[in-house]
Design a protein around this ligand. Structure first.
Ligand code: FE2
Length: 324
């Protein structure tokens, strides 16, 4: 079975093709995020311009004709409304032309599932960290197969927090990886640290760090905001390890590309004699292949939708998505 998956929840328009569980194409084009951040309507316009091009690129790199596609998947949510709609409409257009079913995929479940597969894990504790999300997840069979949320951010995602800090203090490009780079020569200074059980919050850390940019060295703030945020995630994750007795730990999502976070989690896993793993960066950044991967499984289990049954959900919680 060959399935084409479309991701468009934020700045990336990605198209992946999966054949019998193997990724055979993973192409993308991105909206360039400036210091103004992301205005959903503007990002969606860029997706409209890029959609046909990225579909063609994916088919070309897989060596597959559009007529050979057996099913289509797209990101139902969570994400930015106008951006999600471009992916939904592209999926419907292709499915209509081919007369195939559509899988409505949860974005976070796609990150978790492709990472679980590529890390070679069966039932890991998962730390899902990205711009919009930060959650500690574990598969649960009751009342249906889904990812239970053991802990999560009370306010914003850790990636959004780091990007906003970078933007507010004038770093360019305004991304978490720039904060990490500038912080390489920094020293630790104490910043607000908020963990409640297995939940955490980042806005106090963000606003305090922005305020202190007037008086502290930028490299010290960059170093400390990252160390503080990642330590919060690690404390909550370690508590979840004790609760679940997990033997595998997996990190996924855009922030899983951080070497420092992977190092910290790797040390925790080692101290608990756990297997630790993650997918390659191209699957942690938003991508179409992860949508195609989950879509193929859903369609194989009869969880496809007709065109009229599809929609988008900006706040589609991961624990409502059926995992097959
Ligand atoms: Fe994502």
């Amino acid at each position: 079975m060959k399935v084409l998956g479309i991701e468009s929840s934020a700045h990336t328009f990605g198209v992946g093709i999966v054949e019998d569980g193997k990724v055979i194409a993973n192409e993308k084009m991105m909206f360039k995020v400036t210091n103004k951040g992301m205005i959903p309507g503007k990002v969606a316009e860029t997706h409209v311009k890029n959609a046909a091009k990225v579909v063609s690129l994916a088919l070309k790199s897989a060596g597959v004709r559009i007529g050979e596609i057996d099913g289509v998947g797209y990101t139902r949510g969570p994400g930015l409304g106008p951006c999600l709609q471009v992916g939904e409409m592209t999926a419907k257009t292709i499915a209509n032309k081919l007369g195939v079913k559509i899988a409505q995929v949860n974005h976070g479940a796609a990150h978790a599932e492709i990472s679980r597969e590529l890390a070679g894990m069966k039932d890991p504790l998962i730390l899902y960290v990205s711009g919009g999300n930060s959650q500690i997840l574990k598969l649960s069979k009751s009342p249906f197969s889904h990812y239970a949320i053991l802990g999560e951010t009370f306010d914003i995602g850790v990636g959004n927090m780091m990007d906003t800090f970078a933007r507010e203090v004038g770093l360019n490009p305004a991304w978490g990886s720039t904060v990490a780079k500038v912080g390489e020569s920094g020293k630790y200074i104490k910043l607000p640290y908020t963990v409640k059980g297995m939940d955490f919050a980042f806005t106090g850390l963000l606003t305090n760090s922005i305020k202190r940019a007037k008086s502290e060295k930028i490299e010290d703030l960059c170093y400390s905001i990252q160390e503080t945020a990642f330590s919060m995630l690690c404390e909550a994750t370690e508590r979840a390890i004790f609760l679940t007795n997990s033997t595998e730990l997996c990190v996924c999502g855009g922030v899983a590309q951080s070497k420092r976070l992977r190092q910290m989690l790797g040390e925790i896993a080692k101290s608990h004699a756990m297997k630790f793993g993650y997918a390659a960066d191209s699957f942690n950044a938003d991508n179409g292949a992860m949508i195609a991967f989950v879509a193929e499984r859903m369609l194989g289990k009869g969880l496809g939708s007709k065109i009229g049954e599809c929609g988008i959900e900006q706040r589609y919680r991961i624990d409502r998505a059926v995992i097959v």
